[in-house]
Design a protein around this ligand. Structure first.
Ligand code: ADP
Ligand code: ZN
Length: 524
């Protein structure tokens, strides 16, 4: 019996066809696979379902030796290995669920060259004993799945991933390929640095998921809103809440109303959680009410909707969570219930968080999420722009495109805000500006003498959320810029000058702060 990887010089194209049964590479795969087969490093940014796995699985079969695949989740490893074995690929995984004997057998297969792919956890990879073993094995490549976990700038930083940068110094001429479905520009650059990639090929695919319809609603009676929403839906859905208590509460309520649903969070034991996953996968239940613990690695293609009962902490998380809808390419929906007060609470948690310099990063990430929620322009454009995929046409498949906001002459409103910013010497943050506009009786305003400004109280007639919405619109219009190097102080841009002078018109959308059930979005 020949060692797994002694088949002579097979081409990526023949492996694609003969092993995986596919006729053609998808977007980016061919480029990345050829590069890695030739020994190059790569970073692959493709959305969920984009076909990242083949980017390392094919080079694993083409190159001499065993591919070491680092993956953060045990269930994910098991799924992948089962699928590969079914295709006749010699794959296995090493993790703490295996007993000592099974682990010893796999170690043995590794050094005798009997494996094409070996999936391991990041902790395992960094263990001294395992590194010794790797030194004796023939390695085809290292693949780092969920590579954003290596970055502090990512939304899911993991301590275990931190040490992965050492791979490249230890095994300098073995290719390393990082893969992720979510990385904004800062995270992307940081992954390259953290992993020490050498002249990497960076492939970034389109992040658009055209079959997902994005909707944002103001949240005012969340439970009623969720119930009336899910009643209108057919098929499977996920409802995300930001705490275990809320998950249990909402699940109980839905359950009592007769929905086929289950709760899922990290406080449940692993058997229970697995059961929920399986029932959901097999359509035995329709709805999973969950914390963010649910999802990574769940390969269910026919999820029709994802509801965010609470605002996520970053656009990346939002994108990843909503991305679990519609993997089969059929019409799906992502609904976010947004509440200013939730947002304020999240900001407070982040500010009081104990992660030191990370607090600042997280605040910035959350600010982008908040801006998305309040945007009055096409949601998809805002979302894709966040991932630097600029597009100048509206999508036609989001709430804003389908039900455009009412536009009004906003010159006077804009002037109120802009002059207030100016009076505060462009040093104040948005909440401070709103406090002044609304003429709040606050000690800090009085101590600074800001209750004497001519703009104090000129926006009394409107709420905080109204003004937040207006401020965000002015940011989106490029009249104001948020200076993140100065405690998020709002500054005027050049474009603000003619507005202050009343030389140009300003169109603003009437902020939609009321919940309106929307007939158009009923699933066909
Ligand atoms: P990701 O890891 O990016 O979420 P996967 O690697 O799981 O995506 O791929 C998603 C699905 O697409 C899988 O079912 C996979 O078999 C399929 N797929 C990947 N590449 C191709 C291809 N070139 N042709 C056809 N199907 C493909
Ligand atoms: Zn749109």
């Amino acid at each position: 019996d020949l060692p797994a990887h002694s088949h002579n010089a097979v081409s990526p194209e023949s492996v694609l066809k003969d092993v995986f049964g596919y006729g053609e590479f998808r977007d980016g795969q061919g480029e990345v696979i050829h590069h890695v087969c030739q020994g190059g490093d790569a970073l692959v940014l493709l959305p969920t379902g984009g076909g990242k796995s083949l980017c390392y699985q094919i080079p694993a079969l083409v190159r001499e030796g065993t591919a070491i695949v680092v993956s953060p989740l045990i269930s994910l490893m098991q799924d992948q290995v089962e699928q590969l074995k079914a295709l006749g690929v010699k794959a296995d995984y090493l993790n703490s669920t295996l007993d000592a004997e099974a682990q010893a057998n796999i170690n043995d297969s590794l050094i005798t060259g009997k494996l094409d792919l070996l999936y391991v956890s990041p902790e395992r990879l960094m263990q001294y004993a395992f590194q010794q073993l790797l030194g004796r094995a023939s390695i085809a490549l290292f693949a780092i799945d969920e590579a954003h976990c290596v970055s502090h700038w990512g939304h899911d930083f993991r301590q275990d991933y931190r040490a992965l940068g050492k791979i490249k110094s230890r095994f300098s001429h073995i290719p390393v390929i990082g893969l992720t479905a979510t990385a904004d520009t800062a995270t992307q650059a940081d992954i390259l640095t953290q992993l020490n990639l050498n002249a990497p090929l960076v492939y970034k695919g389109s992040f658009d998921r055209p079959n997902i319809r994005y909707r944002v609603m103001s949240k005012y009676k969340a439970f009623d809103q969720v119930v009336s929403y899910v009643k209108q839906q057919e098929g499977s859905g996920i409802i995300y809440c930001n705490s275990r208590a809320k998950v249990d509460d909402l699940h109980n309520k839905l359950f009592r109303l007769g929905f086929r649903c289950a709760a899922y969070h990290a406080g449940m034991d692993s058997d229970e959680r697995e059961l929920v996953q399986r029932q959901f996968l097999n359509d035995k239940i329709d709805i999973v009410v969950a914390t963010v613990a649910f999802g990574m690695g769940i390969n269910k293609s026919n999820v029709r909707y994802v509801v965010h009962h609470d605002v996520p902490r970053s656009v990346e998380s939002y994108y990843q969570e909503t991305g679990r809808a519609g993997r089969d390419g059929l019409e799906s929906e992502a609904l976010l219930l947004f509440d200013e007060k939730d947002a304020a609470r999240v900001k407070q948690w982040i500010e009081q968080g104990e992660s030191g310099d990370r607090n600042h990063i997280e605040l910035q990430k959350f600010a982008a999420m908040e801006a998305f929620s309040e945007a009055q322009t096409c949601r998809r454009q805002v979302l894709l722009n966040y991932f630097s995929q600029f597009s100048d046409s509206a999508c036609g498949n989001c709430d804003i495109c389908l039900d455009p906001p009412k536009m009004i002459d906003g010159l006077v409103i804009a002037q109120k805000v802009l002059s207030c910013i100016l009076r505060l010497s462009q040093q104040a943050s948005s909440q401070y500006i709103i406090d002044v506009l609304r003429g709040k009786q606050l000690k800090k305003l009085q101590e600074a003498g800001h209750h004497k400004l001519s703009t104090y109280g000129i926006g009394k007639d409107k709420s905080d959320s109204y003004w937040h919405n207006i401020l965000n619109q002015l940011v989106h219009k490029g009249l104001i810029r948020v200076d993140i190097t100065a405690y998020a102080a709002l500054r005027l841009t050049e474009a603000a000058r003619p507005v202050l002078k009343g030389e140009v018109p300003v169109q603003l959308a009437v902020p939609r702060l009321e919940f309106k059930p929307d007939k158009k979005t009923k699933q066909a």
